[in-house]
Structure formats: C-alpha cells, structure tokens
Design a protein around this ligand. Structure first.
Ligand code: B1M
Length: 210
C-alpha cells in the first residue's frame, strides 16, 4: 500500500510517473488532499532543499523533483478547489522582481485557492509597478509576495513603498513569505504578516477577510 513516505521519496527521485501513481492511490483511498500535499509532496521537497544546499543534488535533479511535485499537485489541485466555499475575496500573488523561484509561490496559490479565494497569480519576476497595476485592475483584499533570494527580498520593501505612494496601501493587506524571510523583516518593511508556509498563509488570509 502506498504511503506518504513513498510519495515523498518519488518526489525526491523526480519520478513523475510514480508520483502520479501514488498520488492517485492516496486520492482513491480517500486521503485528505491537504495531507497528500503536506505529508507527501511537500515532505519530498523538504528533503530536496538541504541536499541541494549540501551539494548532494544538482540543478537538473532539483528541477526533476520540482516537475514531479507539480505533476502530483495537478492531481490534487482540483480536489482542493472542490473544498472552496462561497468566499470570493481576491488574493493577488507574485514572486518579486529578479526572482525566478516559483515552487513555493505555486503551492501558496493552490492552498490559498483551496481556502476559497480567487487567486490572481502574476507569476515570477514581478516588478513593483506590475503589482501596483494589478492592484488597480483586480482590487484584491490581500497581496502576497514571495522571495527566495536574499538579493531579492528588498524588492518587497520597494513594492510596499510604491503601493503606498500610489495611495493603495490602506485598501490591501500585505503578506510576505519565502525561505530567507523572518517575522521581524516583514514587520520592518511594513507588511501586515509573515507566512512561514502555505497553510499559514491561507489561515492568515482567511482571518484577515473574516
Ligand atoms: Co535556487 N536558491 N537559485 N533554484 N533554490 C535557493 C533559494 C538557495 C537557498 C539554495 C542554496 O544555495 N542553498 C539559494 C539562495 C541563497 C540566498 O539567497 N541566500 C538559491 C540560489 C542561489 C539560486 C540561484 C542564484 C542559483 C544560480 O543560478 N547560481 C538561482 C537564482 C535564479 C533567480 O531566481 N534569479 C536559483 C535557481 C534555482 C532553480 C531554477 C534551479 C530552482 C527553482 C525552480 C522553480 O522555482 N521553478 C531552485 C530551487 C528549487 C531552489 C531550492 C533548492 C528549493 C526552493 C524550493 O522550491 N523549495 C532552494 C533551497 C532552499 O529553499 N533551501 C534554492 C520548496 C518550496 C516549497 O519552499 O519556496 O521556501 P519555499 O516555500 C515555502 C515557504 O517559504 C512558504 O510556503 C512554502 C511552503 O508551504 N512561502 C510563502 C514561499 N513563498 C511564499 C509566499 C507567501 C507566503 C508563503 O506569500 C504570502
């Protein structure tokens, strides 16, 4: 019988087919979609990150793991969405300028969508001007920003400053997240909250629009 450990291992190995097969088995067995995400798919990526840092995995292998994770997510995502409530609050999301990391951001998008939000995903390498234009266009309740590089973290501060200059700061709550961030940083740049992970993000966002 497939289990979370096997799913995490398949993500680590970058084995798309096995990830899909195990994810399907878990779904068919009635496992809660969020558990599949947190205990299987994300658990696999949690093993990848330190291995990459330690030089035990290289970029092509990391990309294969990321692709395998995405294949599992494709199967789980519709089930997360099926949990949606009637809440139609809009959550604008993007990875800041100069930063191309999107695995965590995509997870946040999926998990926040599962919380009943209409998520507008601006993608990666999003300049402050693009955030401001999108706030004007979509009128979100919450703006989420992701940064994975210490060199791009300050792009969040630039973005918040431009949102403020545009007179839009009071119309949105701003949440930030990403591996190099910490709560004091979020506070220092004027964000409304720091999210340690996607689930925390959904919970904070939900509380903010309640
Ligand atoms: Co990059 N990379 N990378 N990378 N990469 C890191 C971030 C790094 C820590 C690795 C290392 O050296 N130890 C390091 C940054 C060091 C630093 O800044 N101090 C690094 C580097 C240096 C680089 C390059 C510069 C490497 C190079 O080219 N020399 C380059 C930069 C490219 C660029 O962005 N301009 C680069 C490239 C890449 C790949 C393309 C190979 C690939 C990205 C693939 C992709 O995203 N499509 C990649 C990857 C995969 C990683 C690591 C291994 C894994 C990141 C990841 O996806 N983690 C990473 C090492 C690490 O994190 N320790 C690393 C899994 C993901 C689920 O976690 O994104 O943290 P995370 O998301 C979490 C939470 O943080 C939170 O929720 C998620 C969990 O639920 N969260 C949010 C994230 N965003 C949020 C936003 C929110 C809320 C919560 O909004 C409200």
């Amino acid at each position: 019988m497939s289990n979370f450990k096997e799913l995490a291992a398949a993500v680590l190995e970058g084995d798309d087919e096995n990830v899909q097969a195990i994810t399907r088995q878990l779904i068919n067995a009635g496992t809660a979609p969020l558990e599949i995400v947190n205990k299987g798919l994300l658990a696999g990526m949690d093993i990848v990150a330190p291995k990459f840092k330690a030089g035990e995995m290289f970029i092509p292998e990391v990309m294969m793991s990321a692709k395998a994770l995405a294949e599992g997510m494709k199967l789980v995502k519709p089930l997360l969405s099926a949990d949606d409530s009637a809440d139609v609050s809009t959550f604008l999301m993007g990875t800041v300028k100069g930063d191309l990391h999107d695995i965590g951001k995509n997870l946040v998008v999926m998990i926040v969508e599962s919380g009943g939000f209409n998520v507008v995903d601006l993608g990666i390498d999003v300049a402050p001007e693009q955030f401001v234009a999108a706030i004007k266009e979509h009128k979100p309740h919450i703006v989420g920003m992701c940064a994975l590089l210490t060199t791009t973290m300050m792009g969040m501060k630039d973005t918040i400053e431009l949102i403020t200059e545009a007179g839009l700061r009071d119309s949105v709550k701003i949440l930030v997240g990403g591996a190099p961030l910490y709560p004091e940083f979020a506070e220092k740049i004027g964000a409304d909250g720091y999210c340690v992970d996607a689930v925390a993000c959904k919970e904070m966002a939900t509380a903010m629009v309640a």
